[in-house]
Design a protein around this ligand. Structure first.
Ligand SMILES: *Cc1c(COP(=O)(O)O)cnc(C)c1O
Length: 355
């Protein structure tokens, strides 16, 4: 990026207290932006002071929701280096989401370079307190000023940076999950495999209802039979059944292909643990629990890394998993993944990209 496209803020903010970081409320001093114009392609990459962007009220994304997003983190190591975790995967997935929403493709390597550049620019915003990180939010919105329903000819791509606290302030703890049997998140042929704002807008109702009943998140079932397990809130889900680990296969097209999910599968395989991707019915899980075969259940995602599930409730029938304690495998996966991310362990998987 040439220096003419970099504008430094004239009013740098005070760095936040690393011991008291909320999720997603504090933003760094700068942001990365670039634009797309049909016939030209992606152009005008810029680093700008973080701040409001101009929005025309007829901008297409406001009316028809043509947008995609990603989420990854930068981690500070004990030697002061900054690590990204498999960032190419995020932009490869962004292109999968783009394709589904008729948004033009981005160049994966270029986007990783831009991510590095903006993080380097605001490197003081990568917090160093144990368990904290810099959350990175790349997203694309349709910007044509037009009320017709069709793909936009122009787009804006932005990367925001937000220092975030440890997900587990009081140590890794199991959560209570509500199995959703009224609402559905996604259906085959729909957009469940894409990371897009609409999926979240339509999930809020179930989340609010589950939280009002004392549950942290919902576990989604398939949209047709409401029988097969899909995922948990913003996480993919795994079950330790007997001596196998199982997770829903992605071929339904209604499940988001998590990078933490993929990393979990790779790690389990490297430990010679049998891991199987297949259809899993909710009845099978309740039955396995009855037969003392369900040893652990956990969600995986960038925000929490690994989130053990201590209780599942389906239609007033509740099961407690592993005595509501964090299982050995959940714990080992959490420690291994975070050790790799924070550079405490040698990166034998080739997952770390240094900034
Ligand atoms: C982002 C996301 C996940 C987790 O993906 P990671 O790449 O592991 O962070 C899972 N489910 C949904 C619906 C998501 O949006």
């Amino acid at each position: 990026m040439d220096s003419t496209s970099i504008k430094k803020t004239l009013t740098p903010k005070e760095l936040p207290d690393g011991n008291n970081l909320p999720f997603g409320k504090i933003f760094s001093d700068h942001m990365f932006t670039m634009d797309y114009t049909k016939g030209v392609g992606w152009h005008s990459p810029k680093i700008l002071p973080y701040g409001p962007i101009e929005i025309d009220p007829s901008m297409m994304v406001l009316h028809y929701g043509q947008a995609v997003f990603e989420g990854l983190k930068a981690y500070k190591t004990s030697t002061g280096d900054i690590n990204l975790f498999r960032p190419h995967k995020n932009f490869e997935r962004m292109n999968i989401s783009n394709s589904r929403f008729c948004i033009p493709e981005v160049d994966v390597d270029y986007c990783v370079e831009c991510t590095k550049e903006i993080v380097r620019f605001d490197k003081d915003w990568v917090p160093s307190v144990e368990g904290t990180s810099l959350y990175i939010r790349p997203f694309i919105v349709a910007t044509d000023t037009y009320l017709g329903v069709q793909p936009s000819d122009t787009y804006k791509f932005i990367i925001l940076l937000s220092p975030v606290g440890s997900y587990y302030k009081e140590g890794i703890n199991p959560v209570k999950i509500f199995v959703e049997s009224k609402y559905v998140r996604a259906v085959k042929g729909g957009v469940g495999f894409a990371k897009s704002p609409g999926n979240y807008a339509s999930s809020l109702k179930a989340q609010v209802e589950a939280q009002s009943k004392g549950y942290t998140q919902v576990l989604w079932l398939d949209g047709i039979e409401k029988k097969y397990i899909e995922e948990v809130g913003t996480m993919n889900v795994f079950f330790c059944l007997g001596d196998e680990v199982i997770t829903p296969s992605l071929d339904s097209g209604s499940i988001l292909s998590g990078i933490t999910r993929d990393s979990t599968i790779e790690l389990l395989k490297s430990w010679n643990i049998k891991v199987i991707e297949r259809k899993i019915s909710i009845d099978e899980i309740f039955e396995a629990h009855k037969n003392n075969k369900l040893h652990e259940a956990f969600g995986t995602g960038t925000a929490a890394v690994v989130s053990p599930i201590g209780e599942l409730i389906l239609n007033d029938k509740s099961i407690v998993i592993n005595n509501n304690k964090t299982g050995l495998l959940s714990n080992k996966l959490y420690t291994t993944l975070t050790d790799l991310q924070y550079g405490k362990k040698e990166d034998t998987m080739g997952w770390i990209v240094k900034i």
